[in-house]
Design a protein around this ligand. Structure first.
Ligand SMILES: [Zn+2]
Length: 457
């Protein structure tokens, strides 16, 4: 009797394992079937390790890449500069670019679905429309002028990324030989907008300012006094000049290190930690499934002096450019912004749409009041400091940053912000590695790209 009971238990457990396995498989089939099907060992979809179907286009239908049956390879868009400008969005057939559509969205290019799998009812590949604008991307690539860095522009109301350029880059139609130690191609396969982090410099003062506005009573009535240097903990914080008496808004426009170092120390490490999380910097954004790099900070281990430097955007701060762009979008958008997307839609080659990508918003980063105050301050930065004449016709709010570089003697130049423009609600980020001055160098790249963005709409 005992034997029968124990055998029953064993049978029951085996049946349970079978059911659990089937449930797990079914779940994974629906969740990951697209990835399994698009795996590069699938001989139906790959010829000599190259995906053999589909087209990639920009939002206006300009072809960025197209599989050519006769040559059994991919052909690219109209010009070499377009190939270079869109490399990190389109990818190349060798699969070296981790964020490239050719690799990341292979399932969409094949027309995969859960019923018929990689052999769709209507075969022949699909047209994958990205949200990018080919002209704006080329303008950004040219404005970087051979320097390393990244330019991102997106519509903070719809989430559509119209510009995503990362440099160094290359032409996938005429790929150069890239040696590991060739400085010109350092990090060439990395999409600097989505997959990298950099010291943010003074652009980070936008986070410290938000925390101060929400957590320190009467902050806007307060006057700060800058003598050009202040000692906090074991660190001497310096400004390039004595800024004198300043309101918070004036301190942001002058980018006063003494004021923002003191504010970070006053807020404390816990508040600073809670705000980098709150404004979405430490999380990872999913751009149609491509996870962005998380920003990282250390407000604790270095004491008050290091905390002050962190509040200024130096120290151990490392920020992902895309996350900074989305935060700028949230400042313009009343505290929240649309999450960035790179896919517009997919379609049959005859133009009938096969998919729709809906807008998703971030959670509330900051209160609508804080967002409105910060937006006004960023507009004031341009008027009183960066110069409206450098941005003709654009109602732009911005913050510049100049940060030490790991790879260059010259500083990295940052510029992030938004257009206050109902018709063109764009947020942007520009990073020029080794560029020097944030507002002059990265600001002029931003102007060129935003002028092109407004013209393209
Ligand atoms: Zn100062």
């Amino acid at each position: 009797m005992k034997k029968i009971t124990s055998r029953t238990i064993v049978c029951f457990l085996l049946a349970l394992v079978l059911v659990a396995g089937t449930v797990l498989f079914t779940f994974k089939f629906f969740a990951e079937g697209n990835t399994w099907s698009a795996f590069s060992a699938n001989r139906h979809l790959y010829t000599r390790d190259v995906l053999n179907t589909g087209r990639i286009l920009d939002r206006d239908g300009n072809v960025l890449a197209d599989y050519d049956e006769s040559s059994q390879g991919w052909t690219y868009g109209a010009s070499s500069s377009l190939h270079k400008a869109t490399l990190h969005a389109v990818g190349d057939s060798s699969g070296m670019i981790g964020t490239g559509a050719m690799t990341r969205f292979a399932d969409k290019l094949t027309g995969y679905n859960v019923i018929t799998g990689a052999k769709p009812i209507f075969p022949g590949g699909r047209d994958l429309y990205l949200t990018l604008d080919a002209d704006v991307c080329q303008t950004a690539y040219k404005a970087l002028n051979g320097r390393k860095g990244t330019v991102g522009v997106y519509n903070y109301k719809t989430g559509q990324i119209i510009c995503m350029v990362s440099a160094p880059t290359y032409d996938p139609a005429d790929k150069p030989t890239i040696k590991d130690d060739d400085h010109r191609y350092e990090g060439v396969y990395i999409n600097r907008l989505l997959s990298a982090t950099f010291i943010p410099g003074s652009t980070f003062k936008l986070v410290t300012a938000a925390a101060a506005l929400e957590q320190i009573d009467g902050i806007q009535e307060r006057t700060f006094h800058c003598t050009g240097q202040v000692t906090i903990g074991d660190q001497v914080i310096t400004c390039p000049t004595a800024h004198g008496d300043l309101t918070l808004g004036q301190a942001l426009a002058a980018s006063c290190n003494c004021t923002f170092g003191q504010l970070a120390a006053e807020l404390g490490s816990e508040q600073m930690e809670s705000y980098v999380k709150k404004v979405g910097l430490t999380g990872s954004l999913s751009v149609n499934g491509i996870q962005t790099a998380k920003s990282t900070f250390d407000f604790v281990s270095g004491g008050q002096g290091e905390l002050a430097w962190s509040g200024i955007g130096q120290g151990k701060d490392l920020v992902n450019p895309c996350a900074m762009m989305v935060y700028s979008g949230a400042i313009a958008g009343g505290g929240t912004a649309a999450k960035p997307q790179i896919i517009s839609h997919t379609a049959f080659t005859k133009g009938v749409r096969t998919s729709l990508y809906l807008k998703h918003s971030t959670k509330e980063f900051i209160s609508p009041d804080t967002a409105a105050t910060l937006a006004d301050m960023m507009r004031n930065n341009v008027i009183t400091n960066y110069g409206q004449s450098n941005f003709p016709g654009l109602s732009i709010g911005a913050k510049s940053g100049t940060a030490q570089s790991d790879h260059s003697d010259e500083d990295n130049a940052w510029f992030t912000g938004f257009l206050q423009d109902e018709k063109h609600p764009y947020a942007f980020v520009v990073l020029v590695e080794g560029g020097g001055s944030g507002s002059k160098v990265a600001g002029s790249v931003a102007n060129a790209v935003l002028q092109a963005a407004v013209k393209a709409d």
